[in-house]
Design a protein around this ligand. Structure first.
Ligand SMILES: NC(=O)c1ccc[n+]([C@@H]2O[C@H](COP(=O)([O-])OP(=O)(O)OC[C@H]3O[C@@H](n4cnc5c(N)ncnc54)[C@H](OP(=O)(O)O)[C@@H]3O)[C@@H](O)[C@H]2O)c1
Length: 213
């Protein structure tokens, strides 16, 4: 059994990923979240629910111990502190594989008019801490994959393409369901994109802004 730990398990992308994970044979899931009553209905033979805050490094280390893969679906102003705590917990527990959801724009990799618009929308409190968090992950010894989604939609579709770190970001939007699909695929084949950082977009969505703006 591969043991997968989901951090921030009530998050919107995480909920899609969890519903895909439970359909996979051979996976044990631990769902880590604040206010755990939100996911209590998912507890079962292969699904354990643990209440916790990822900034509680000691508690997180105990939960990480014995896991094979950690998928962090976190967010917020303190994302850099969250990254430090997650890295410390995994390194202390001797667990290497981390899938970390970040955002487009952390390397100033979004080209053209959309790149300028993205800065206008996300500078001043969002992109900076997300960039700093990614630097914390990349400075670690972990087998991380950083996932940089385009602007997220709740469209019920799985359609995406990837760009690598160092390449210009493509497209403007992508569905949360697509990001969840990528997370599950990365978990099922833990050798993919190790120590990599991938941009994720829906093909054909190039433009100056996401379609709903
Ligand atoms: N919106 C976009 O267009 C866009 C584009 C690219 C990337 N992103 C980023 O992608 C990430 C995932 O997206 P999403 O839609 O799944 O986000 P989400 O629904 O906001 O999920 C983030 C989760 O992080 C959890 N969290 C925050 N601090 C925590 C802590 N200290 N301990 C434990 N859990 C904590 C939150 O828990 P609670 O539920 O307890 O608050 C929340 O459930 C976010 O960081 C988002 O900013 C967004």
């Amino acid at each position: 059994m591969t043991k997968v730990l989901v951090l921030g398990a009530a998050g919107k992308i995480a909920r899609h990923a969890v519903s895909q994970f439970v359909d996979e044979e051979g996976l044990d899931l631990t769902l880590y979240l604040r206010r755990s009553e939100r996911l209590r209905n998912l507890a079962g033979d292969r699904v354990e629910i643990v209440e916790g805050d990822v900034t509680d490094t000691d508690h997180l280390r105990q939960v990480v111990e014995g896991k094979d893969i950690v998928y962090a679906n976190l967010g917020g102003d303190d994302i850099e502190d969250q990254a430090r705590s997650v890295v410390a917990a995994l390194e202390a527990a001797g667990v290497g594989r981390l899938i970390w959801i970040s955002t487009l724009g952390i390397y100033d990799e979004v080209p053209g008019e959309f790149g300028k618009w993205n800065h206008q929308m996300l500078d001043g409190g969002y992109l900076e801490p997300y960039s700093a968090a990614a630097q914390v992950i990349e400075a670690s010894k972990l087998d991380y994959t950083i996932v940089r989604p385009a602007w997220l939609t709740d469209v019920d579709e799985v359609e995406y393409e990837l760009t690598q770190k160092g390449e210009p970001f493509k497209g403007t939007e992508v569905s949360r369901k697509s990001i969840a699909d990528l997370v599950v695929k990365l978990s099922l084949d833990p050798t993919r994109y190790v120590r990599g950082s991938v941009g994720v977009n829906k093909p054909g969505t190039e433009g100056d802004k996401p379609s709903w703006y």
